[in-house]
Design a protein around this ligand. Sequence first.
Ligand SMILES: O=C(O)CCC(=O)C(=O)O
Ligand SMILES: [Fe+2]
Length: 241
Amino acid sequence: MSICNLSCKFCSCVANDYVSAVKNLACDILELVAEGLRIQDKSIFSNLISDSQNDSCFRINHYPPLNAPNHQQEFNHNWDPSPVEEERLHISPLPIVGSKSRIGFGEHTDPQILTILRSNDVNGLQICSHDGFWIPVPPDPNEFFVFVGDSFQALTNGRFTSVRHRVVAMNSWKTRMSMMYFAAPALDAWISAPPQIKNKNIISINISNIYRPFTWGQFKHIVYSLRLADSRLDHFKNHTQ
Ligand SMILES: O=C(O)CCC(=O)C(=O)O
Ligand SMILES: [Fe+2]
């Protein structure tokens, strides 16, 4: 049965069930990380997203195929945002990468704590390696892909680093669909690495925090005032080191 034939109520139940399942998954991952970092309160990170005021969100992305002749119009329409839309998303016109592919979602890091992504079997997702190479992520509809977000980089004092990624439309006749759960804290929640991470000097940089404390609301404000590809966390770097 196509999803369009299902009643809206049923769709929203399915979406709510999915979101609550991936939220639990995100909490489990965050608790395992806290344990791994030997933080006594293993809920220290997961509490941020289980808070009733959490600002997490769920998005479904649809990337029309690049080559299907009947879809060329649709592609141009959907993938080339109007100047107004460009302004809103802080993106520049979509660049062409090579002769047979095109950027579908520009490079960026996710600002939240964690992203849980699931896609269909159509490729396009790429992550950026430390040395600046774009590495394709093979799609697998049976797997979850977990991205560390900027907020988690700050919460772990740089132990975990957010991953720069993008979506490139390949020479494909198939539509890529993906769905993301972005786990975020409440707007007034403070994002600051717990003392255990600072004092144990796990990272080689002295005792200090790499980032000054900020609220998720303050970070979100910066995120929306900059361009998609900018390194938004740099605005909160401590300059005292
Ligand atoms: O659609 C995808 O596969 C990734 C999209 C993405 O990175 C995002 O929505 O933040
Ligand atoms: Fe993303």
